[in-house]
Ligand binder design. Structure first.
Ligand code: CAA
Ligand code: NAD
Length: 301
């Protein structure tokens, strides 16, 4: 493993993304569509093929909806390289990690990248709920480490949270803000606390909807209609749980509860049962809804 020389700081052109799931695929797609050179990594060829198919499907959808021409799609695909080895990220100016919401798995990846990447490479985590300081501590570059929290679906949601720790350098923050702008996002600055700005508000709301269902206050369809038709939300909270992924929401809830010890962050038992049954939401075909039905079908739970 080699460590390259520190480059001159400037606008970021070479981006690495670790993990090509729901979020990593969206981040890689948006970066490539913004003209950046992208390498995206998954640990096996099969996982990589699934991630690649997700990006191709999303690009095809953008062409279909006339947001992108076929030539722009082809150029975006040319800017994307798919890799199974972390070593392929060695020349990246920033590496954005988007693997499972698990502190040990993330620390292991960052510790390996710390040995592989150039000294100047910025490390960023897309974590929803883990304190950034705890991840930065697994590396020797806390001054070049930020939270870079995108929202799902990445090609549609404009916000990104940029999280600085007490150790993050102002130059790193400025370069990441500039990258966010280049990717067509609006960045807000967030303090390094579990849940940052948005999830501190959103997660208790989603968990309350699950608790309401557990208590039998209403069914899946009616809870969701309550918030779409009653409050003008684009989707109901249980649909949103299925979009985020029940496994991911469960992990986020455990992490936030572990951090704050406040009941509003505690994982409702129903979430745990759904994970045990492999009902992970839209990505697995079933969660609070059956997503394989012709129209999303609310399930009896
Ligand atoms: N990828 C790319 N584009 C997509 C997409 C996807 N997965 N899903 C929808 N779109 C695009 C569509 O192409 C469409 O574009 P046009 O209007 O230009 O044609 C537009 O989004 C609207 O899509 P639809 O008409 O199909 O559906 P919709 O009107 O129901 O909108 C939605 C879908 C944008 C997802 C909307 O329901 C919404 O905003 N939902 C809330 C999403 C949200 O809250 N996200 C945050 C999740 S929490 C999080 O991310 C943080 C965390 O750490 C967990
Ligand atoms: P996901 O389960 O869809 O994808 C995770 C991907 O990481 C999988 O493809 C998996 O194969 C891969 N992976 C696992 N271990 C790996 C490793 N060691 N090296 C490389 N790849 C590995 O999850 P997701 O929804 O994309 O979430 C990813 C991250 O983004 C999490 O930290 C999550 O909290 C955060 N996030 C999720 C959402 C959301 O709505 N789902 C929104 C914002 C942030």
């Amino acid at each position: 493993m080699s460590r390259g020389s520190a480059g001159v700081a400037g606008p970021i052109e070479r981006v690495g993304v670790v993990g090509c799931g729901l979020m990593g695929s969206g981040i890689a797609e948006v970066a490539a569509r913004s003209g950046l050179d992208v390498v995206v990594q998954e640990p096996t060829g099969d996982l990589l093929a699934t991630g690649r198919a997700r990006i191709e499907k999303s690009l095809a959808r953008a062409v279909e909806r006339e947001k992108l021409t076929s030539a722009e799609r082809d150029r975006a695909l040319e800017r994307l390289r798919f890799a199974t080895e972390l070593g392929e990220l060695r020349d990246r100016e920033i590496v954005i990690e988007a693997i499972v919401e698990d502190a040990d798995a993330k620390r292991e990846v960052f510790s390996a990248l710390d040995r592989i990447c150039m000294a100047s490479t910025i490390f960023a985590s897309n974590t929803s709920s883990l304190p950034i300081t705890d991840l930065a501590a697994a590396t020797s570059r806390a001054d070049r480490f930020v939270g870079f929290h995108f929202f799902n679906p990445v090609p549609v949601m404009t916000l990104v949270e940029v999280v600085r720790t007490v150790a993050t350098s102002p130059e790193t923050v400025a370069r990441v803000f500039a990258l966010a702008e280049r990717m067509g996002k609006v960045a807000i600055a967030a303090k390094d606390q579990s849940g940052f700005v948005v999830n501190l508000l959103l997660v208790p709301y989603l968990l309350d909807a699950v608790r309401q269902l557990e208590r039998g206050a209403a069914g899946v369809r009616d809870i969701d209609l309550g918030m779409t038709l009653g409050c003008g939300h684009p989707m109901g909270p249980l649909t949103l749980c299925d979009f985020v992924g029940i496994d991911t929401l469960y992990r986020i809830s455990e992490i936030m509860y572990g951090e704050y010890r406040e009941e509003r962050y505690a994982p409702p038992p129903l979430l745990k049962r759904l994970v045990a049954m492999g009902r992970l939401g839209r990505k697995s075909g079933r969660g609070f809804y059956d997503w394989q039905a012709p129209e999303p079908l609310p399930l009896e739970l």
